[in-house]
Design a protein around this ligand. Structure first.
Ligand code: UD1
Length: 368
């Protein structure tokens, strides 16, 4: 069997790592395509290093741009690679522009090449069409032959959109495979201590959603909220390049003054920081899941989440909307009050470290 795996942006790498390992363990022929959507050492290379992902077979080197530019460049670069590789499966993960671009190319070549598309992390919905990720998710799911669910609640979203039940398979959350495999090394790395922080006495934050960082009004509110939290305990903020660029452009860099701003950190450093935090404040989808798996309280700085299972079964709570500095502080106090849970107490079905083997089993079954 020939499997082509697509990785493009930071949140893809921890999903691809265990799938690539499981595909190679099955002795299938794996082709790894990096679209180059993320390209900095800290946004890409360090993840390949930390997660032990081998060098990609192909790097499309698309880089940054508008949505249309980025999506189109991935499509143009990917089409000849797909045509020459002729895989049985194209595996795309998550909801970034690279995910949709490659699914779209594969869907048009499906008949000519006989390839099929599998979407890992299918069925998540925020129902907010202003999010580029929502567009990417819904369209990728429509195009995929095999929709691999990270949590059971995603199934009804797909059925409501008319997806045939036979295309849907529950596999669990492959990102948690990586988290559980990397946790011992992350804890041993002692990053909080290196930063002069006391475990469980600091908060970690990440911000990069356009809705929070692309206007001066939104960005100043979240930074004011984090500054209020920083009166209670240190707030570590590994700063996404989009957020740094905007803070500078909007003249808001002074609002970063009370925060422990870091460059973007690698996977293991981030896991080390997150696992030992008192709480996390974030607009990331992945961190909502990782904090639930780790039992660390999380406050999500968004209007809604496409990962409601982290609220109903995990440690996540939504900040009061619209965001205000006081609301963020109150939400933080509330999330702290709910307390830590033990690692390993996560009860979400399929967040158990074995999703990649279930993905390989689903690919095998569907071809046979
Ligand atoms: C993308 C994904 C988002 C994901 C996020 C994780 C889409 C639509 N968005 O958003 O779902 O949560 O990745 O980070 O696919 N930049 C660098 N170095 C890099 C990459 C980007 O400096 O290696 C800067 C560039 O200025 C770029 C900006 O960050 O314009 C935004 O990058 P982009 O890939 O467009 O989107 P993200 O905000 O990272």
């Amino acid at each position: 069997m020939r499997v082509l795996l697509v990785a493009g942006a930071r949140p893809n790498f921890m999903k691809i790592a265990p799938i690539l390992a499981a595909v190679e363990q099955a002795r299938w022929q794996a082709t790894l395509v990096h679209t180059g959507q993320h390209y900095d050492a800290q946004m890409s290379d360090s993840f390949f290093h930390d997660l032990g992902i081998r060098a990609p077979d192909v790097n499309l080197g698309v880089g940054s741009g508008t949505h249309a530019e980025q999506t189109a460049r991935v499509m143009l670069g990917f089409e000849p690679v797909l045509a020459s590789t002729r895989p049985d499966w194209v595996v795309v993960v998550g909801d970034v522009n690279s995910t949709l671009a490659c699914a779209l190319v594969a869907s048009k070549l499906r008949a000519a090449l006989g390839c099929r598309i599998a979407h890992v992390e299918a069925g998540l919905r925020s129902r907010d069409w202003r999010m580029p990720e929502e567009v990417n998710r819904v369209l990728t799911d429509q195009l995929a032959d095999l929709l691999l669910l990270p949590s059971e609640d995603a199934r009804s979203n797909l059925l409501a959109e008319g997806i045939e039940p036979g295309r849907i398979v529950f596999v669990g959350n492959v990102m948690i495979d990586t988290l559980l495999a990397q946790l011992p090394a992350a804890l041993a790395a002692g990053i909080p201590e290196r930063e002069g922080l006391v475990p469980r006495q600091y908060a970690v934050s990440t911000l990069h959603r356009p809705s929070n960082v692309d206007t001066p009004e939104a960005l100043s509110v979240v930074l004011a909220g984090l500054t209020a939290v920083a009166e209670r305990m240190p707030v570590v903020l590994p700063l996404h390049p989009r957020t740094r660029r905007n803070a500078e452009a909007f003249g808001l860099s002074s609002l970063l003054g009370k925060l422990r701003v870091l460059e973007p950190v690698g996977y293991r450093e981030m896991l080390s920081l997150t696992a030992q935090a008192a709480a996390v404040l974030t607009d990331s989808g992945g961190l909502q899941e990782e904090t639930t798996a780790l039992g660390v309280p999380c406050l999500t700085l968004r209007e809604q989440t496409e990962r409601p299972v982290t609220v109903t079964e995990g440690t996540n709570r939504m900040a009061a909307w619209p965001l205000t500095a006081d609301g963020i502080l109150a939400g933080f106090e509330g999330t702290l009050a709910q307390g830590q849970r033990d690692v390993g107490s996560c009860s979400v079905e399929g967040w158990d470290g074995h999703a990649a083997s279930r993905i390989v089993a689903a690919l095998r079954r569907t071809v046979d």
